[in-house]
Design a protein around this ligand. Structure first.
Ligand code: CA
Length: 418
């Protein structure tokens, strides 16, 4: 499929992240007014509440865009998702009869503040990138025990906290915690000294389910994708992670990019998971290409200075697709809801420059990175801004995600010394 031409001129640039082929969904406000749903098109945002009120977008009897989140649309299901996309494509196409009516409903993106695009019902994070799991397992337990025996059979995950998910641009405060001390059996109470990122893609459940679902049904139920940074306190994690997995190490914050890129927009970029090393049990087997070819990168900028790209990889490095993760999540009968967020797990490629965490990039702090500013980093320093970027490259167009960025602020004074 080529670039679809829009009457919004900025959307017709082959390198622009938001052409007519994309149409990602967000929530915005201007000058502190009410946040409302918007669709990005080039450098503009279409005000969906206003478009619905004007009768330009009608998908049923009840309004869908009088709320500051996209969950109501998600609950309508795939036929309505497709109908909205078709309607928006027609309205914003070059030569559309409605152009004059729509022009006053466009807001310059540079004037808008972006908010959480959906209400996160629950948040689950997986550990389903094989290079990452092998690298971390090697550092924590040695190469012979790097992958636990279940790893090649199920996408391993843990239940995270929806309350900790924040939109890109939100500052992140360095946490205090119990850290593994110099002796393996003695912790100490201190600010995290090994604060890290995890480069991930988040899948958003649109259609609810109640009981086991097939991988195909899981894929059908997914609404869209965001970039996701699972901020991680490695020294807290090292002390607490056995036997039930990460807890406070992952509870400070998880940042997501502000635009939901729909599954429909990503359809041309579907690709297969890597070759299976052992055959999966039947209920988790691939039944079609359900990963996506999305270029990803991470930049680090110390205290407002020039950013350095510290990693480049691709979403297709995942061992398990989001559909397989969702199918596995529901095997026990676990109900899944519209707005459930599933983190892919850290995405690392096979070479050093493609690793999606500082833990791996600096190999546990043994091989610090040198930034363009000349500064060295093994983990995040106060004032550093970390940004995830993602884009699928089409024939003459780009499906961009919008940055997922956050700046780390210094730990507060000891919260228990008052
Ligand atoms: Ca993670």
């Amino acid at each position: 499929m080529p670039l679809l031409k829009s009457w919004v001129a900025s959307a017709n640039d082959a390198a622009h992240p938001f052409p007519l082929n994309n149409l990602p969904y967000g929530v915005f406000s201007v000058d502190g007014d009410d946040p409302r749903c918007g669709v990005a098109i080039g450098d503009m945002i279409l005000d969906m509440r206003a478009a619905e009120e004007a009768g330009l977008v009608r998908l049923g009897d009840a309004p869908l865009f009088d709320v500051p989140y996209w969950n109501d649309l998600m609950e309508e299901g795939p036929a309505v998702w497709a109908a909205l996309r078709n309607r928006l494509t027609a309205l914003l196409s070059q030569g559309a009869a409605e152009q004059e009516k729509l022009e006053p409903l466009l807001i310059a993106a540079e004037d808008a503040e972006l908010h959480m695009p959906f209400a996160v019902s629950e948040y689950t994070d997986f550990y389903a990138g094989k290079n990452h799991a092998f690298n971390v397992g090697t550092m924590f337990r040695g190469p012979e025990n790097a992958l636990p025996p279940n790893w090649l059979h199920i996408p391993i995950g843990y239940n995270g906290r929806a309350s900790s998910v924040v939109v890109s641009g939100t500052d992140v405060r360095r946490p205090w915690g119990q850290l593994k001390g110099p002796n393996d059996d003695q912790p100490r109470w201190a600010p995290c000294a090994r604060f890290d990122i995890e480069l991930e893609v988040g899948a958003i459940v649109g259609t609810p389910s109640d009981g086991p679902i097939t991988v195909q049904e899981a894929d059908d139920n997914i609404f869209g994708y965001v970039l996701l940074n699972d901020w991680s306190a490695r020294d807290i994690q090292a002390w607490e992670y056995q036997p039930l997995g990460p807890f406070q190490a992952k509870a400070t914050a998880t940042s997501i990019s502000p635009w939901i890129v729909t599954k429909l927009a990503l359809a041309p970029f579907r690709c297969a998971t890597p070759e299976r090393e052992v055959e999966l049990l039947e209920h988790l087997r691939d039944c079609g290409p359900m990963l996506y070819d999305i270029d990803l990168e991470v930049t680090m900028a110390p205290d407002g200075k020039d950013a350095t790209t510290i990693a480049r990889t691709n979403y297709k490095e995942m061992y398990y697709s989001a559909a397989q993760q969702l199918a596995h999540h529901a095997t026990s009968g676990c109900p899944m809801n519209a707005g459930d967020l599933l983190g892919s797990g850290t995405i690392s490629g096979s070479v050093k420059e493609s690793r999606g965490s500082l833990l791996e990039l600096s190999w546990g702090g043994k091989e610090p990175l040198t930034l363009a500013t000349g500064e060295e980093r093994s983990f995040i320093a106060d004032g550093d801004t970390l940004t995830l970027k993602g884009a699928a490259k089409g024939d003459g167009y780009t499906i961009g995600f919008g940055d997922c960025t956050g700046t780390v602020r210094p730990a507060l004074d000891d919260p228990f010394k008052r």
